[in-house]
Every structure is written in structure tokens, then in C-alpha cells.
Design a protein around this ligand. Structure first.
Ligand code: BEZ
Length: 341
């Protein structure tokens, strides 16, 4: 294991009205694939895993997860967990642009950096929360280190390598679009982009004016060069932990399910996601039912089915038929819960 080194100190966390501050501390560690920066919020809780997040391309931990983790109802959940928010290399605030020719880690290598973080913090298990490329990284980590992952929340994951059709489309788009427009097209649906809401304007502005756009392009290239995760229903390559799969309702091809769906539910639907996350943690034995909202409690009885994570997975939409607040279904612990919001 490479030598671990702490190089940065305290970061401020904006407060929600009426809430007390929780310490946030940013660290960097050296790994065989270069340095990685992460920010820890809260303090370790005995006998509980850390929540570890991994953001999507074009974002960093704050632009990806702040709206969710600072959402009011989320506080009753996260106060029970220490959180480790990883920034992919070169994505941390103030990151210098990598020199020309720098070999950016592959997504598999990004996953291989995570043990260095956990070893540095002396944390043994995690619940991973990943979006897009970050969901892929955490899935790869979970496949390689199943004993250290108690659960995974995977938002808009595409577990497959790009096929030749995708590559052709990608190359064609690259002829006429800038990298930032391509990344926006990965993060959001075309409908959202043309509606151009304040949220889209904000993220378009963040990405197009990012001082580290060259670094972002390197993460984007690693994402586009990912290999298949090779999940197989009932096969040898499966995630052993409970999984909460989240697909944005803005998905242009909802039936391609985990494929580039667009929509960032952790930004646009933090309430639905929080509620689903509570169910998920409750299924894992980490949330007392007294912590469930009245709405959640009344729904619990109607949750039924499960699905498995592979290229041909079945989709269960039980709650979509019984609730106006999105689709959500859960299965027994060790299985997959699907949320579309
Ligand atoms: C947290 O409390 O975990 C958090 C706060 C701000 C941004 C992201 C996460």
C-alpha cells in the first residue's frame, strides 16, 4: 500500500437554519494511481458503516451531493453516519490542471484508490452512494471488495462499456459539440437542457467555466473507456450487498434503464431520494421505524417486489401504480430496490 499523507485541513460547511454545524475535514492521500482528495463530515459512529459518495463526470462532491445531503429530511439520516465524500482526481476545488500527457486513472483504477482512503481513515465498511461514473466506480469497488460494502445506492448507472454504435454516435457528436455540451448531455436529458431551467443554467455555467475543464475531460474519457461490469443475473459476478438503483424520470430511453439516463434526481428530487434512502437503510436495520415519516410508514406495507442488476433486468414499478410520488419498490435484504424519480 502506498504511503498515506494528509495535506489539507478544515473546510467550512454551510448551515441549515436551526441546525448545529458538523465538522468537515478535507484530506488527500497518495495511492498507486496518484493522489485522491476526500472530505469527511461528522464523526464515526460505533458499529455503523461510513456513507461514502462518488460523484459523476463534470461535478465534484459538492456540486453533486450538497443538495441531497443538506436537504432538511436527510439530516435525521446522516446524523447517524460519518460521511466520506470522494472527489475524483483533479475534480477537487482549486485542483491544478494536470500536465499535458498525464495518464488519468481508468474507472477501475479509481475504484482501486478507495482502499487507501478507508485504510487512512481506519474505516472497515461503507454504504456507497454513487452517481453515473461514480456509481460505476463504487460498483467495481464492491465487486472487488464485497466484504467491505454493506449497501450501494447507484444513481443512473450504466454498467456496460460503450458499444460501437455508441462510439460512432459519440464521435459524431464530438465533431459538432464541445466537451462541456457532451457532459451536459450525459448529466441531463435533452428535454431538461432545452427547457433551460435555473438548475440547468447553473450547471451549464459551472461546467463551461470550470477552471479544471481539461481534468474533467480526462475523467470523461475514462468514463467513455470503461469496460463492462459484467453483472450476470444469478451468475458469479454479482453485487453481494443490498442495492438501491435510482433512475431519473427524465431518462430519454427509460427501457435502456441503466444506460445514460439523464436527469440528476439527487439535485432535482432530494425529497423522494431521501425517503427511498430511509426505506433502504431501514431494510438494512439502520433506521428505526420511528424515524420514518408518516408518509413513509403508511407506504411500507405496499412495497413488494425486487429486481436484479444486470443488462436485462426486470423493472418493478409497484409504487408508481399506488402513489403519485414516484415509483419505488423494495425487496428483501441482499436484493435490489428500484427507485425512479
Ligand atoms: C454532508 O453533510 O455530508 C454534506 C454536506 C455538504 C455537502 C455534501 C455533503
Amino acid at each position: 500500500m502506498a504511503e498515506l499523507q494528509e495535506v489539507q485541513i478544515t473546510e467550512e460547511k454551510p448551515l441549515l437554519p436551526g441546525q448545529t454545524p458538523e465538522a468537515a475535514k478535507t484530506h488527500s492521500v497518495e495511492t498507486p494511481y496518484g493522489s485522491v482528495t476526500f472530505t469527511v463530515y461528522g464523526t464515526p459512529k460505533p458499529k455503523r458503516p461510513a456513507i461514502l459518495t462518488y460523484h459523476d463526470v463534470g461535478l465534484n462532491y459538492k456540486s453533486c451531493f450538497q443538495p441531497l445531503f443538506q436537504f432538511g429530511d436527510m439530516q435525521e439520516i446522516i446524523q447517524n453516519f460519518v460521511r466520506v465524500h470522494v472527489d475524483a482526481p483533479g475534480m477537487e476545488e482549486g485542483a491544478p490542471v494536470f500536465p499535458l500527457g498525464y495518464q488519468y486513472p481508468s474507472l477501475d483504477q479509481l475504484a482501486d484508490m478507495i482502499p487507501c482512503i478507508l485504510q487512512y481513515l481506519n474505516f472497515s465498511t461503507i454504504i456507497g452512494v454513487g452517481v453515473g461514473a461514480g456509481a460505476y466506480v463504487l460498483s467495481r469497488y464492491a465487486l472487488n471488495h464485497p466484504d467491505t460494502v454493506e449497501g450501494l445506492v447507484l444513481i443512473n448507472i450504466d454498467p456496460n462499456a460503450k458499444g460501437w454504435m455508441d462510439w460512432a454516435a459519440h464521435k459524431l457528436t464530438g465533431l459538432t459539440s464541445s466537451v462541456s455540451e457532451m457532459i451536459l448531455g450525459h448529466l441531463f436529458s435533452q428535454e431538461e437542457l432545452s427547457r433551460n431551467s435555473e438548475l440547468i443554467q447553473k450547471y451549464r455555467n459551472i461546467i463551461t467555466h470550470a477552471p479544471n475543464l481539461e481534468n474533467i475531460e480526462l475523467y470523461w474519457n475514462s468514463y467513455n473507456n470503461r469496460r463492462d461490469l459484467n453483472f450476470e443475473r444469478g451468475g458469479d459476478i454479482t453485487l453481494k450487498c443490498p442495492v438501491m438503483l435510482v433512475v431519473g424520470d427524465q431518462a430519454p430511453h427509460e427501457d435502456a434503464v441503466m444506460a445514460d439516463s439523464g436527469g440528476q434526481p439527487q439535485l432535482t428530487q432530494p425529497g423522494k431520494l431521501t425517503e427511498a434512502f430511509k426505506y433502504f437503510l431501514q431494510g438494512m436495520g439502520y433506521m428505526a421505524s420511528s424515524c420514518m415519516t408518516r408518509l413513509s410508514r403508511s407506504r411500507t406495507a405496499s412495497l413488494t417486489s425486487a429486481a436484479s442488476i444486470d443488462g436485462n433486468r426486470s423493472r418493478s414499478r409497484t409504487l408508481s401504480q399506488s402513489s403519485e410520488s414516484g415509483t419505488l419498490s423494495s425487496g428483501p435484504p441482499g436484493h435490489t430496490m428500484e427507485v425512479s424519480c
